[in-house]
Write a new protein. Structure first.
Length: 262
């Protein structure tokens, strides 16, 4: 498009602007300086992310998504001993329960025992001492075992579904249980018990994929390739003493199963 000014008029206008202090040539079209500032911010952010720095063309470098279950599975399978499994669990950083717990609760009892008890999750006493089934529930469990000739110091091995205490003793979330299940399965494989005792609803959910302990208890089933007996958790028995009769029946069933497998 031709200018309406002749050459001499245009030159005179340019010289006048220079005398007035103009130091930058403007474009034919107006420029939105606020928009330019936004573009500059976007470009700087893109460079920090590793992109091109071009507006609308930034290609951020995304961190690969972490699959906690896959990482737990790999770490668990790499453990060849119970001590190395404990170390792998201690190094696992994807379960948020670890952040608020005092101790990793790994096991108690005798390695290589015929009976392995799988509890739910640590409570306050377990978190403080770093062992499963301590406090009032643990004392009741010891009396129950003693009634059929067993003890954690001689013939029973004990662990939990979750190695860290959930805040306020809440139930573990499904995603928390899922990421710790590979460790539990490897724990059972390395401990190699003859039978499993699955104590409580959370344990049944983790190992059997179902809940309803009042319906499941006393019924022999299989978990991780082992004969398994769901039973009431000792903490439940403390709250519901009337259920001790059924618990005694289950203990006798466990005693008979061990005798049959001798």
């Amino acid at each position: 498009m031709e200018s309406a000014l002749d050459w001499h008029a245009a030159r005179a206008a340019l010289e006048w602007q220079m005398e007035m202090g103009v130091a930058e040539v403007l474009c034919d079209a107006p420029v939105d300086r606020f928009a330019l500032e936004d573009v500059a911010k976007e470009a700087r952010a893109a460079r920090r992310r590793g992109g091109t720095g071009m507006s609308g063309a930034a290609t951020p470098i995304l961190e690969p998504e972490v699959d906690p279950v896959a990482e737990a599975t790999a770490a668990a399978q790499a453990a060849g001993t119970l001590s190395s499994l404990q170390a792998a669990m201690a190094a696992f950083e994807h379960c948020e329960l670890k952040r608020g717990a005092r101790n990793l609760v790994f096991c108690d009892g005798v390695q290589g025992a015929r009976v392995m008890i799988v509890g739910e999750a640590p409570g306050r006493d377990e978190d403080r001492e770093g062992k499963p089934f301590v406090g009032a529930a643990g004392q009741l469990l010891d009396r129950m075992l003693s009634a059929i000739g067993l003890s954690r110091t001689e013939s029973v091995y004990i662990t939990n579904v979750m190695p860290w205490r959930p805040p306020q003793n809440r139930d573990p979330k499904p995603e928390e249980m899922a990421m710790m299940k590979p460790f539990l399965e490897r724990h059972i494989a390395l401990a190699a018990p003859d039978v499993l005792v699955i104590a409580g609803n959370i344990s049944c959910q983790a190992l059997l994929g179902k809940r309803g302990i009042t319906r499941l208890r006393g019924q022999w089933t299989e978990a991780c390739g082992k004969p398994a007996l769901p039973m009431f958790h000792p903490a439940y028995l403390l709250r519901n003493p009337a259920a001790k009769r059924e618990a005694w029946t289950d203990l006798l069933s466990l005693k008979a199963r061990l005798k049959d497998q001798t």
